[in-house]
Write a protein that binds this ligand. Structure first.
Ligand code: SF4
Length: 339
């Protein structure tokens, strides 16, 4: 079993723990500066603390971060972290370096209850929600492994973030806290399969956290097959929530479209999408499908993807084709499994 980790606690809790050790309150701030500012995770290296203070902290918290994790490095520099949790479950998170940017893709649940037809995480079922601490832990471990702070955070790993809103919003509050990472809210994106209560709650929160919606089809029948959550939140309800969101925030929404051969990649599908997007401040990401063992779907042929894109562009819709990253280590979108 891992010794008590230090990191997965909020600053105020850590401050209390520090004073309970008989240390001055400001020591907590010093430690936080080392951890979050300098990414130093060893008390012995925190040289502005007295030797006695360092010793006391090291005794109280034998390790700052767990050590029993595994990593895989892809050919394109993508790093996948596989992390065992205290109850024996395992989750994955991904670090994606790209020029000046470093994006951390974090998980919000063990497995996922949504069960999207083209997603490896969904095919494995759902176990439980992650805690705030387990979400923060993914970030700290990736930062330690990659020796860098993230420039962006996306909740696109395992799980549906809006089915674990309390912990996801709690973690975002910590990430954006100036005493911790101090990340700008606009550097954070939540990707949802369309939980309308979550979209509404995000609209009412302060800050500029971005919203991405895994749309994949604007035909209810097709979408209910691909994203079963559509039966609970059909497209008219989803669209109404998005209109409300845009009215309140005026922040652009991203639509994720994974194009699958013969399923949602026709010109008619593209035209229907244009119609759905009419009047919405949005951007479309065409995401290359990443096959995984046991899945029968195939990615749309390149020619179909090109035509699809042309239709959107012609209609004046901003569209990007998202490069697939980390597919060789099963770290790309929809490939995480915690295995
Ligand atoms: S795509 Fe996202 S919401 Fe759908 S099953 Fe996978 S993790 Fe869950």
């Amino acid at each position: 079993m891992s010794p008590t980790p230090l990191l997965p606690i909020a600053f105020e809790e850590f401050q209390k723990a520090v004073t309970a050790l008989g240390l001055e309150k400001f020591r907590a701030r010093q430690v936080w500066e080392w951890l979050f500012g300098k990414l130093v995770f060893d008390f012995a290296a925190m040289t502005d603390l007295s030797v006695a203070a360092r010793q006391k902290l090291a005794e109280a918290f034998p390790t700052i971060l767990p050590t029993d994790f595994e990593t895989l490095r892809g050919a394109d520099g993508t790093t996948k972290l596989s992390l065992p949790l205290a109850d024996g479950q395992r989750i994955e998170a991904v670090g994606l370096p790209d020029d000046e940017a470093l994006t951390f893709c974090l998980s919000s649940q063990v497995g996922c209850p949504v069960g999207c037809a083209f997603c490896r995480t969904g095919s494995l079922g759902y176990t439980r929600n992650l805690t705030v601490e387990e979400i923060v832990l993914q970030l700290m471990l990736l930062a330690k492994i990659l020796r860098a702070r993230p420039t962006n955070i996306v909740f696109m790993g395992m799980g549906e973030p809006f089915l674990n809103r309390q912990a996801v919003f709690g973690a975002i509050d910590l990430f954006t806290d100036p005493k911790q990472l101090g990340l700008a809210t606009r550097r954070i994106t939540i990707s949802t399969a369309g939980v309308v209560e979550g979209i509404r709650e995000l609209a009412g929160r302060p800050g500029e956290v971005n919203l991405a919606v895994s749309l994949h089809s604007v035909d209810n029948q097709v979408r209910s097959h691909l994203v079963p959550l559509n039966k609970r939140y059909p497209l008219d309800r989803l669209r109404a929530a998005l209109v409300e969101y845009l009215d309140r925030t005026n922040r652009r929404v991203s639509f994720e479209m994974t194009l699958l051969k013969g399923v949602n990649d026709s010109l008619a599908d593209a035209l229907n999408l244009v119609q759905f997007c009419e009047g919405l401040l949005c951007h479309v990401n065409l995401v290359r499908f990443n096959p995984f063992p046991g899945c029968t779907y195939k990615p749309a042929p390149e020619a179909a993807e090109k035509e699809f894109r042309k239709v959107l562009k012609k209609a004046g819709l901003p569209v990007t084709v998202r490069r697939s990253r980390g597919a060789d280590i099963l770290a790309a979108c929809g490939q995480l499994a915690g295995k």
